[in-house]
Write a protein that binds this ligand. Sequence first.
Ligand SMILES: *Cc1c(COP(=O)(O)O)cnc(C)c1O
Length: 392
Amino acid sequence: MSTEITRAGRFGPFGGQYVPETLMPAITELAAAHIEALADPAFAAELDALLADFAGRPTPLYRARRLESVLPGEAQVWLKREDLVHTGAHKLNNCLGQVLLARRMGKRRIIAETGAGQHGVATAAVCAHFGLECTVYMGETDMQRQRPNVQRMRLFGAEVRPALTGSRTLKDATSEAIRDWVASVATTHYIIGSVVGPHPYPSLVADFQAVIGREAREQIFAAAGRLPSHALACIGGGSNAMGLFRGFLDDGDVRLVGVEAGGGPEGHAATLGKGDPGVLHGTLSLLLQDQDGQVAPVHSISAGLDYPGVGPQLAHLKDSGRLAVASATDAEALDALRSLCRLEGILPALETAHALAHLQTLAADPDADLIVVNLSGRGDKDLDHLPPEVSA
Ligand SMILES: *Cc1c(COP(=O)(O)O)cnc(C)c1O
């Protein structure tokens, strides 16, 4: 468990449980199941076996030498290959953990929300594996921009329900999933896909993603004989970032860097950089909002970063100075995506490409000599949305 937790579910001032009274029993039960599971060797053994045989862990840590050669400075760049996890992103690590908790609690129906579709696909895959009923909420706009993932969820037997309110993206899908849960909580577990939502979700999702950082820490030690100077990840809700950072939180010399969606003329989703404290989806964190406290419209070329909130622990890490926050624009992410394809033969997700884009700045820092980047997912899902000049 993270040493950052001072009282249950709080990270400094952030976190908490801002939920309707009807959901309190369910999140209390979930928090208890999580603590019990952490102490149960049989739970860890079952999860480890699934991570190995179903998810394909451990993922490699790969040195991107040709990418290094076009960056300023002398930094080594190592990619933690979460794109090689089954279903194509880090999301599956968390879904496997949560579905095991759902089974412990005797819940046979699973609901989830999804933005890019990656969390929905991972949820649908674990539900197929365990024979559980699965409903995934997805904004109608995201359903259009992530067609192949909608098809994959349906192939795995999930029902995909469009969210037709608001901007019809991740925020709206999350609101629909919460509405469903209020009505179905006795039989249903809600698998939240990132380190957001009411306690215990931010802690338990980080626990299930911490495998990324545990592996990366061992692997960089084995490969380079020391800890990295920097750990770098993109931040939507913050789960791939927290997963990597958990390997290095207590190593004060390892600089943690998160990259948000700087967007373009249509707007941005730079929550840590530009948000103010506010409550969304059950947690107090930084939030993009207008003067009246209404959630602001956000924009990113990548559906997975297109969210106005962020995990409360990341808000606290930023406030306390432990986490450096940067942003990359849509255009910079597209350039970085193309570079990684051409130089390394790896097609990253558009979300991931934001972290890669920041290497241009970070590698120029003389202190940045050994950088571990979380390559959070693969980009096949984004092919329909790359502008023609990128794939030409
Ligand atoms: C969902 C997703 C993200 C953003 O979510 P986090 O919780 O911030 O990790 C980033 N990269 C990929 C590949 C994703 O699928």
